[in-house]
Structures are given as C-alpha cells and as structure tokens.
Design a protein around this ligand. Sequence first.
Ligand code: BDR
Ligand code: CA
Length: 306
Amino acid sequence: MIIDCDPGHDDALALLLAVGDPRLRLLGVTTVAGNQTLDKTTRNALRILALAGVTDVPVAAGCDRPLVGDLVVAENIHGASGLDGPDLDGPTGTTVDVHAVELMRRLIVASDEPVTLIATGPLTNVALLLRLHPEVLPRVGRVVFMGGSTGRGNTTPYGEFNIVTDPEAAGIVLNSGRPTTMIGLNVTHQALATAEIIDGFRALGTRLGTVCAELMTFFASTYRREFGFDHPPVHDPIAVAAVIDPALVETVAAPVAVELTGTLTRGATVVDLHHRTREAPNADVAVGLQVDAFWKLLMTAVRNLG
Ligand code: BDR
Ligand code: CA
C-alpha cells in the first residue's frame, strides 16, 4: 500500500502503524498540503520515518494546494510546525525527485498485486493520479480515506477538514469507479486518546512511545481549546487499521456525494444510508469501530518499532 498524508499528529500515528505492523507492505509515502503547508507536511513525514528507523521507503512531495481555491491550514490544531509538541530531530532522509503523483504511478505499475491507497489528508494527489493516469485505475485495489462524516463536521457544521480542504478532489475519488472506504468522523470520534491510553504509550519506555504520548498530549490541548473535547480523537490511524484488519471497522455500502455548491455546506459528505437517492453505492462507509482492539493494534505496532 501507499500512504498519502499531511502530518499532522494523527497522520504521524498512521505512519507508525503502517511501518510497525508486519502485515502491511508500505511501498511509498506521498505528502500533500493540508494540516500545514507542503514543505512542513513533507518534512514531518520524513522526521517520523527517520524516528521509526525507516530508510527504505520512498517519500515524494505532491500538491501544495487544493485543486480549486486556496489552502487553509489547521495550525490551530497541529501547531506552527504541523507536529508541535515533541522535540523531534530534523529529517535524515530526503524526498525522491519526482512529484507524488508520479511516484504513486510508478509504484502501482511496478507492483505485482493491486495497490491500496490510504489517504489521511486532502485527496488532491489521489484525484490527480486517477485523472492524469486512468490506466492505473484497474491496479488500484481500493482507496481507503480518512475524511467526511455521516453526520457532524469539524471544520464547518457538516464539513470535515480533509474534504472541506479539497471537495473537488474528494468527488473525483468517490466517482472514480474504484472501491473506496470512507473512515469518517462518526467513527474516528470513538478513538479517544484518554489519559490512560497516553500513559500506556509512555509506559512502553521507548523514544517512540514517548513521542506518541507527547503527540497525543499536544493534540489533547488543542482539541480541548478548539472543540471542548475531554480527550482528542486520533482519526488517521483508523484508516490504516481498517486495511490491516477489516474486522475492526464495520462498514455499510452506500452512495456518498460531496457537496460542491452549497452555500453553507460545501465539502459536506452526503451519505445516503437510507437509500433515498436509489443510486448505486460508491463507498463502504465506516459506521462502527472496535475501539479497544484498535488501540491494541496501534500500541503493538509502536512497541514493535522499539
Ligand atoms: C482530519 O483532519 C486533520 O486535521 C487530521 O489529520 C485528520 O486527517 C480530521 O478531520
Ligand atoms: Ca491528516
């Protein structure tokens, strides 16, 4: 699989899960502007991979803005660096010298098996890949993305950050004809990093365990200030968990459309759980999560990395 991300605290946890679980083969990491500007999200991806001791996975930077409109970063949630909190070293590795879309294309073409794309940021790179290189479509096994919601939003009343940031890209991906899995806020808001969870990561007694605890502690402070949450939801690793062990996430097949024109609801995912449109389903929509098993998976992956 390939991870396209915008680290970001929870993207960092998603990357650690992807490299720490032996069942996944991470072919590449691509970065996109979202939580912070592209230079920062790329630097953060490299810093996390270095911290995890991963040196053999290519990283490529992608789009520095959404397909339409201006980039609005989430500095209020992720800080000025995009990964505020822990005192992280600078990156040791560098990016490969091709655009993220080209790296994805090459990795997919070179793979013997269909490739799963996991997207934990705005879907700009993935949409461009599918539009520029339709020949790779049959080789994309599935797109699993964290984004959207069957209900509430977090950026607007009905809009979730990744989809609101690039609604056109999300629409392209959902209408691509490839299988998609939507991991929305309705499920990610169940994975709350309580004090007990954070203590559990710290108790691993490793540098990575401490970094995870510090990431979640910073996330807790911004979620408390911005949303009044007692504990922060870690969204992105659930998309990775759903690929590692699909039984962890309950899904229902449903038509999902992205609102592009609403004056109040641009970027909202309109999920037809009750078959009102009579459209064919285009997504497996997450509706349930085995919370304890998810945390165990993440903690085991971090422990495996030492
Ligand atoms: C999503 O927005 C970002 O801030 C997080 O990294 C996550 O991908 C949650 O809405
Ligand atoms: Ca993200």
